[in-house]
Design a protein around this ligand. Structure first.
Ligand code: UD1
Length: 398
């Protein structure tokens, strides 16, 4: 049987995209390298194109991840940079349109919920390019969150929706997405974690920071709802200073958070705390290693809720909601009101008074093989789609 090569075009833009796209690109490369009879769908091969929108552009927020995760250098770099939501989304749309027209991929792959995700999907849809959305169906039910808008709209535009948990399937069905478009595959972010376990274990970051394994907490904060408003951020900074009396804290600062702390005059107060370390954002391997040896993690990130679950490290999510409830029902995560200092301190005290079990949790499909399943489903879908259009053509010819 003749082999047909399909072009997949992947879009990345921000830090949390890289660890989801890397294993999918690697799985598609493996597919090509496997002897044809061993492929789950015969007659299909892939050519891959990578587009980086440049939503994140610093060495610490972007470049380091390419080196560590084995992502190829992007074929196209759009350099859109920062701006308001409208500016950023519009700039990605304008810059990606000629790229999509020139590349004419058989399938656009977008991941997650950032502005680059929605912008790329919107342009592709209007050009009649099929779209696959990885990490579809997650819902916080909080329409005030910019990412929730991006999730809802991207899912409506997508032809293949890859989900990481069963509750995402239910959300999509409730929103009228036909079940044939929904593919439960598990979590590709965990594929990256599993693929890099030995390098994570070899990291010396905990020692370099002078920390005792199991004797410190990691903090990450960057959500606009937590860091953009002076009073809220001041309250959180005060809470962190109190927590630092109980356990040493390490706080890798996201660009947005560093800028806001400086703007609101809060950096110096935090820097004065001897057991609170403000550090630059870390690379992937060092950051996962830092979480792995932490007594607990306090965060408002999405992905970190998932990684701590698999690492078996208690996670306190400083938000009113989560789009990842499986990390609470089947994992180590707990929501804590970010505005309630006493609640945060109480939750930390509870973790510290509970013996650490390090019991790792594995929600269904978080087994390190989600990307392989994604690639098989894509191959099948493209082969069927191709057969269907050939069928249409032969009907016309008849
Ligand atoms: C974005 C995503 C969010 C994701 C987060 C991960 C959207 C709506 N939000 O939020 O879902 O969890 O990335 O990091 O897409 N900046 C730099 N250097 C960089 C990147 C950003 O200095 O490399 C600065 C920008 O100037 C901007 C701020 O950081 O002021 C925020 O960046 P932006 O991409 O707008 O949003 P994030 O808060 O990072």
């Amino acid at each position: 049987m003749a082999t047909r090569t399909f072009k997949l075009l992947h879009v990345v833009g921000t830090r949390p995209n890289f660890m989801k796209v890397a294993p999918i690109m690697a799985a598609a490369r493996c597919w090509n390298e496997a002897p044809a009879p061993e492929r789950a769908v015969s007659g299909v091969a892939f050519r891959q194109v990578l587009v980086h929108t440049g939503q994140h552009y610093d060495q610490t927020m972007s470049e380091v991840f390419f080196d560590e995760l084995g992502l190829p250098q992007p074929d196209h770099y759009l350099g859109v940079g920062s701006g308001s939501h409208a500016e950023q989304t519009a700039r990605v749309m304008l810059a990606i349109e000629p790229t999509l027209v020139a590349e004419a991929p058989d399938l656009l792959l977008v991941v997650g919920d950032v502005n680059s995700t929605l912008a790329a999907a919107l342009v592709a849809h209007k050009l009649g390019i099929a779209i696959a959305h990885v990490e579809a169906g997650l819902r916080s039910q909080d329409r005030g969150m910019p990412e929730e808008t991006n999730r809802l709209l991207t899912d409506q535009l997508s032809d293949m929706l890859f989900t990481t948990c069963r509750d995402a399937d239910k959300n999509l069905l409730r929103e009228g997405i036909p079940s044939r478009r929904i593919h439960f595959v598990g979590n590709p972010m965990i594929d990256s974690l599993e693929a890099h376990r030995s390098k994570i274990d070899a990291s010396t970051i905990v020692m370099e920071l002078g920390l005792i394994p199991g004797g410190y907490a990691v903090i990450t904060l960057h959500r606009p709802s937590n860091v953009d408003e002076p009073e809220g951020l001041r309250r959180l900074a005060r809470t962190l200073r109190r927590l630092a009396d109980r356990i040493p804290l390490v706080f890798p600062l996201h660009a947005r958070t560093r800028a806001r702390l400086a703007e609101f005059g809060l950096i110096e107060g935090l820097e004065r705390e001897t057991s609170l370390r403000l550090i630059e954002p870390l690379g992937y391997l060092d950051f996962v290693a830092l979480m792995q040896d932490a007594r607990l993690v306090l965060t408002d990130s999405g992905g970190i809720q998932e990684e701590t679950t698999v690492l078996g490290v208690p996670c306190l999510t400083l938000r009113h909601n989560t789009e990842r409830p499986v990390t609470i029902s089947d994992g180590t995560n707990r929501l804590v009101d970010p505005d309630d200092s006493a609640a945060i301190q109480g939750a930390v005290a509870t973790v510290l008074s509970t013996p650490s079990t390090r019991e790792q949790h594995r929600p269904e499909g978080w087994d390190g093989r989600a990307s392989e399943r994604i690639v098989v489903d894509i191959a099948r879908w493209l082969a069927d789609d191709c057969a269907e259009s050939l069928g249409d053509k032969s009907m016309q010819e008849v």
